[in-house]
Write a protein that binds this ligand. Structure first.
Ligand code: 5GP
Ligand code: ZN
Length: 111
């Protein structure tokens, strides 16, 4: 059985898509923690960052993050990229993804 983000990437579960590339789908988080809160979801399933040995995909995350930041004007005042990894990293959906948060001053302290 496929996970929720696999289904979102395949459009089997609806979501608000902001940008799509060959390998990554960018959607709005269902429970935004900042005015702009996007999720970069790879079409391929890796449970956590630790399982991902695909260097091209890892590079893509940052390239796509910059592209989508510009698209939603988050480049003007700045943004934060987060990859929660495993239990203590606060990961709740075990399909590798990156958060892009912007639109309000984010705490200088992490976590
Ligand atoms: P994590 O804590 O694993 O890094 O983040 C998972 C994120 O996915 C959370 O911010 C949560 O709100 C978001 N999320 C979980 N399920 C869905 C969903 O079905 N649709 C969307 N758009 N976001 C989801
Ligand atoms: Zn998945």
């Amino acid at each position: 059985m496929e996970c929720v983000f696999c289904k979102i990437a395949k459009k089997e579960i609806p979501s608000k898509v902001v940008l799509e590339t060959e390998r990554i789908v960018v959607i709005e988080d269902i429970s935004p923690q900042s005015p702009t809160h996007l999720l970069l979801i790879p079409r391929d399933h890796y449970p956590t960052l630790l399982e991902c040995d695909d260097r091209e995909l890892l590079a893509d995350f940052f390239t796509v993050a910059m592209e989508v930041a510009r698209k939603v004007n988050a480049d003007e005042r700045g943004f934060r990229l987060v990859v929660n990894t495993d239990e203590e990293g606060g990961q709740t959906v075990f399909h590798l993804h990156m958060h892009l948060m912007a639109g309000r001053p984010l705490s200088g302290r992490m976590g």
